[in-house]
Design a protein around this ligand. Structure first.
Ligand code: NAD
Length: 407
């Protein structure tokens, strides 16, 4: 991977020689064909869900009221039950396109009728002083639109990962947050998770010596499905595939463990023919990064290979190994040096969910800085676009210091 083989934004457009090639740089998706405009629609209650029967926790003074939009698997099974562990956040409103689900979930969580909104009545949330923030847990293709609507209603926003489908959408969201003078946080939960936080501290303290290589893999084998059945394989709702959804954890880990941004990226992406799961998205993405320090990162993600959730950082004095690294629980963290292996147990991963809610609540009430702001989500979408540009051109992409493609 030398500078001679590098490609700049201008050169990539010249190589392609067409508007499609230019679009490829911007969206990273030209090779997958055009995308439709996504629309928020009501969905049934997720399979295997037991709704909480616990009464809502007594509210602390100054507690921040959240409206939850997107009552799907992650909201109902992970996020909403964890509000009970939050010191200063509570569920104040719900938004759903499925009125029966809205009623059932509203009753389970003690959310009053007047604080239950449909997608059509969402704008009314502006007049509800009990709602300080909107937590967007919708499919990715709907994040930008609903963040802009939440800011227009004068609310702060917590947005699930990935922030949006493109850097252009991220820029729109950041501009809307600035216009409204409201906070924008990306729900990168690993920044609040003890194993990942310990790994960050170990890397800052040079526990592996000088970093040489980071390797991450986030893969699983997806069952039979189609874009009509599952938004995760729909380009309009998910982007280009596993990189945005699952591989983004490895991308994030490579950044927070190295403490650097890459200056050169090469990549490959693969889509098998005649597989309805991959009619609109890639099945695998692999990318290699060069950091200014000379360290490298290899980031792999797949929707069609045996499951693995792994992060490793290898340096001159040893290796830090996490396997699994970014799951909700059951994480492991070990420091290896020669034949020595030291297992670390820095805390209960459970705290990550309430931790991120309390973090935004503090930012809203005390004006403290957000450690996972919209600018971080934008940076990551720029990197994702550079990865697709490298994969589609077959060339190394050079990056500016803000992660935009150089040239
Ligand atoms: P899901 O399919 O289970 O739920 C999505 C919900 O969005 C649906 O139930 C529905 O209420 C709503 N919705 C509105 N319009 C829709 C449409 N056109 N198609 C499908 N659903 C629509 O998805 P999920 O797994 O809950 O993911 C939602 C968001 O949460 C995504 O941004 C995803 O990346 C993120 N997520 C984050 C984590 C994490 O660990 N941070 C884990 C899983 C999901």
């Amino acid at each position: 991977m030398t500078q001679d083989h590098g490609i700049t934004r201008r050169r990539l457009i010249e190589v392609g020689g067409t508007a499609a090639a230019a679009g490829l740089v911007v969206s990273g998706a030209a090779a997958l064909g055009p995308s439709r405009s996504p629309v928020a629609t009501g969905q049934p209650l997720p399979d295997g869900l037991t709704l909480t029967s616990a009464p809502p926790r007594p509210r602390q003074p100054g507690s921040v009221g959240f409206a939850i939009i997107g009552l799907g698997d992650y909201a109902l099974k992970q996020i909403m039950p964890r509000f009970a562990q939050s010191e200063r956040a509570h569920i104040a409103a719900l938004v759903s396109g499925n009125s029966a689900k809205l009623r059932e979930v509203g009753e389970a969580y003690g959310v009053p009728q007047q604080a239950r909104y449909s997608y059509d009545s969402f704008a009314g949330i502006a007049a509800n002083p009990a709602v300080d923030a909107v937590y967007i847990v919708l499919p990715t293709g709907l994040h930008a639109e609903w963040a802009e609507r939440a800011f227009a209603a004068g609310k702060h926003v917590m947005c699930e990962k990935p922030m949006a489908l493109s850097s252009a959408e991220c820029e729109r969201m950041i501009a809307a947050s600035q216009r409204a003078n409201r906070k924008l946080m990306i729900a990168y939960r690993c920044h609040f998770e003890p194993y990942n936080r310990a790994a960050m501290a170990l890397m800052r303290d040079k526990a592996v010596g000088d970093l040489r290589l980071i390797r991450t893999e986030h893969s699983y084998r997806m069952g039979p499905t189609t874009p009509a059945q599952n938004w995760r394989v729909s380009r309009a709702l998910a982007g280009c595939g596993p990189l945005e959804d699952y591989g983004i954890y490895g991308l994030q880990a490579a950044l927070y463990l190295s403490g650097e941004l890459p200056d050169r990226i090469s990549a490959s992406a693969y889509r098998p023919a005649n597989d309805p799961r991959f009619a609109e998205i890639y099945a695998h993405v692999a990318t290699q990064w060069h950091f200014p320090s000379g360290a490298a990162a290899q980031i792999v993600t797949s929707y069609d290979s045996a499951g693995l959730n792994m992060v490793e950082a290898r340096g001159t004095a040893g290796a830090l190994v996490m396997r699994p690294a970014t799951n909700y629980d059951g994480l492991t963290l070990a420091l290896e040096s020669g034949r020595d292996r030291r297992e670390l147990t820095p805390g209960d991963s459970e705290v990550q969910f309430a931790g991120q809610l309390d973090h935004l609540a503090s930012a809203i009430r005390e004006g403290t800085a957000i450690i996972t702001p919209g600018q971080m989500g934008l940076r990551d979408l720029r990197l994702i676009e550079a990865i697709y540009a490298a994969a589609q051109s077959g060339r190394t992409v050079m990056l500016n210091s803000d992660a935009t493609i150089a040239g």
